[in-house]
Design a binder for this molecule. Structure first.
Ligand SMILES: *Cc1c(COP(=O)(O)O)cnc(C)c1O
Length: 462
């Protein structure tokens, strides 16, 4: 399988090559040249598989023969062996046909572990094979950082630098990052907001001359294709459990950078019987405004109680737009270049196509807290604020009771205790393996939001 850039330049790349980069050199994102099409027989053959077996079957469709089957199987098994639930991604039924897919049983309590536990091991394998070392550089508004550190820290082949906005992540999120041991682990608290962190990372990727000759930067945010790939698996797993391929299933996805829901869109393109895909947003609702109103424009950032979705522009949306523009890179480029200067619109037929695949909603903080309180009292289930946004959006958008609706539960409620308190509920305990989190010692560097400060710091650490 080969991968091409959404901006149309350069040669198609291998799975290994896209694993070891971030954006394509032309500034685009990598997507598969062709998607595998799965038959009903194929789905039926997968019905009895457990989660790691299913993940193996799906991943090897995309890795081709670049990763030996035995290695791939071992990586996937060990990645999911340290999840705290035997089902890995358990489905919980709230009421008839209304489900929550719990994706927070991994080591850092958010769905990002599903991809980053595998990505860290894959990188290690490929780098060892080629006798190389790389520098992982990423910005986080909270959850990506800890999941990336947990996933990659055991590799001798990487040095990993994670930027977070100083004093703007939750205590649990900061502690989860800054208490990770290892001489190859570096946490940087940037005096600025998440967008400043992202800008710094982007600039460093654009000019990597500060690195030693034999090193390059690798991205661990959701522009990395392997992350999207690993996230397709739980759509298949959940749908198969609910009767696919015979029956259809709908999903509601708490959305920030559009990585998670894009994985669902791919599963659907591959032939999985997905009916609705609901883009659930908080007040940072650029995608909801586009889907509901054909208006694509940036507004100011709103801070919400679901901070992992506090995002102005969703980077992975470009991957979907590429398809919407019939994979025409010229059209995509002119759309992306015009964006930001003025509000954009899709043509009526493009907008209809978008709406034939995605529904959407935007949920404010008051409603989010009400949903947390209400679901807790009615069903005895404690949702985190991102999941509450997802569930409420699911209820607003669901078209028919005859198709089950699955909301992705993207984080454990203990990670977002402020929202739980605001909902009037007692703060839940951290799971066992994090009980002593507050006693662990922290290590991080506070740094101004300046590129030279960042690049010279990294160069000195290598
Ligand atoms: C990252 C994250 C999201 C958003 O996922 P995207 O792939 O960026 O759309 C939603 N909820 C939680 C808890 C997250 O950590």
């Amino acid at each position: 399988m080969k991968y091409i850039s959404t901006r149309g330049q350069g040669q198609p790349q291998s799975f290994e090559q896209v694993l070891l980069t971030g954006l394509a050199p032309d500034g685009g994102l990598y997507v598969p040249e062709h998607l595998p099409q799965l038959s009903r027989e194929q789905f039926s053959a997968w019905e009895g598989l457990d989660y790691p077996q299913l993940a193996f079957e799906i991943t090897r469709l995309f890795a081709g023969d670049e990763i030996a089957s035995d290695d791939l199987r071992e990586i996937i098994e060990s990645a999911y062996a340290n999840f705290a639930h035997p089902d890995i991604a358990p489905l919980v039924e709230l009421s008839a046909g209304e489900f929550v897919l719990e994706l927070f049983h991994g080591p850092t309590l958010a769905f990002k572990d599903f991809a980053l536990q595998v990505l860290g091991r894959l990188l290690d394998l490929v780098l060892k094979k080629n006798g190389r070392r790389v520098v992982i550089l990423g910005a986080t508004s909270g959850d990506t950082g800890s999941a990336a550190l947990e996933g990659c820290r055991h590799s001798d082949q990487v040095d990993i630098f994670i930027l977070h906005p100083y004093q703007r992540v939750s205590d649990v999120q900061r502690k989860q990052m800054t208490t990770v041991p290892g001489s190859n682990v570096f946490n940087l608290a940037i005096e600025g907001d998440f967008d400043d962190c992202q800008r710094l990372v982007k600039s460093a990727f654009a000019d990597q001359s500060f690195l030693p000759q034999d090193r390059q930067l690798v991205a661990v945010n959701s522009i990395n294709w392997a992350r999207i790939l690993m996230q397709t698996v739980y759509y298949f797993a959940a749908a198969l459990r609910l009767g696919a391929p015979k029956a259809s299933v709908s999903f509601s996805v708490p959305t920030g950078n559009f990585g998670d829901i894009y994985a669902g869109y791919l599963a659907r393109l591959m032939g999985l019987s997905i009916d609705q895909l609901v883009v659930a947003t908080n007040k940072n609702d650029i995608l909801h405004r586009l889907i509901s109103n054909n208006e694509y424009s940036v507004t100011g950032l709103t801070r919400t109680c679901s901070p992992s979705m506090d995002i102005l522009v969703s980077s992975n949306f470009e991957r979907y737009l590429f398809d919407l523009f019939d994979r025409n890179p010229q059209q995509l480029k002119s759309f992306m270049h015009a964006f930001g200067e003025k509000p954009l619109q899709l043509s009526p037929s493009q907008w209809q196509r978008l709406r034939s695949i995605f529904d959407s909603a935007s949920v404010d903080d008051d409603t989010t807290c009400q949903v947390i309180a209400d679901v807790h009292s009615r069903h005895g289930v404690l949702l985190d604020p991102h999941t509450a946004v997802g569930l409420h959006s699911a209820r607003l958008c669901r078209k028919t009771k005859s198709v089950p609706m699955v909301t992705l539960a993207t984080a454990h409620p203990a990670k977002f205790s402020d929202a739980i308190s605001a909902a009037g509920l007692p703060i839940p305990d951290l799971p066992n393996h994090l009980q002593d989190l507050y006693q662990r010692s922290e290590r991080y560097e506070v740094m101004p939001a300046q590129l030279t400060a960042l690049t010279s710091y990294i160069a000195d650490c290598l």
